[in-house]
Design a protein around this ligand. Sequence first.
Ligand code: DGY
Length: 323
Amino acid sequence: MTSKCVISLDLPEDVVAPLRDQFDLLTWSGKEAMPEVTLQDWLADAEGLLCSLSTPITASVIADARQLKVISTMSVGVDHIDLAAATAACIPVGHTPGVLVDSTADLAVGLMIAANRRIAEADRWMRTGQWSQGWQSDLLLGSDLSRATVGIVGLGPIGEATIRRLRGFGATLVGWNRTPKALKGVEMVDLEDLFCRCDIVSLHTALTPETFQIASRQRLASMRSGASLINTGRGDLVDEEALIEELSSGRLRAGLDVFKTEPLPADHPLLSLDNAVLLPHVGSATFSTRMAMVTRALENLRAGMSGEPLSFCANPEVYGLSV
Ligand code: DGY
């Protein structure tokens, strides 16, 4: 009998076609996230799951999936998966680190420039017919990256790639990492210092219980007036309510690719704030990066289905290795 695999995200047929010869596939083709009940039903006798961050893989989903041998997510982040439950059930979780580093770092710098040079705001302003006077000496003034002190929270591959780019802009660099790290030209400081000293704070840590709301109300309040917060990590790294208050008062600016609730509800207060540049979680959204992510996710899925160790495993403890 052919083993069954569930694909809980909508992927192009030419990407999934090669799997059809090997596995009995159940593929979700809705653009909206797959409902948990459907997922549970489909996983009842499945051995493999290919998913993305729009489908939470909860402890109860894992508990009911008695035959499951591998979970492979098309993302580097695994905060949508109950990793402890997967590990307890001896299910390896594959993810896609490395391949989205450059795309995400590019977008983080793009958001820094967009927020500080008011690019999206200026575009909206023009399109609403407000440009009636030609060049004006004080029109839509912003601030320079070359004069900014930029604080990078989390010096993993994406944080480091962001730093490499910022060196080229001549920014002054300050960093914080959970485990001590030395990087040329980056002053390492504690989080309190970083938030209160920087003109731009950019978040690059994984979301874990320790980093939940690392940009807390108190740290946001300590930021300089006119400073900006950039988030290409996860929405829950920020106390979003506190950020909205800071943006509404005009004290801070922001460039956000990720939110507490995704998709952002149509009546969300952030949507009415001109000093926030908002993107729909597209940090890794380039053709080549998404192709590299799906290729890596499929490799992980195939390895797990054949009982081989996954090349990119988020819970190597299942193989008796330490994280
Ligand atoms: C990830 O991979 O975790 C990103 O958020 C989506 O590309």
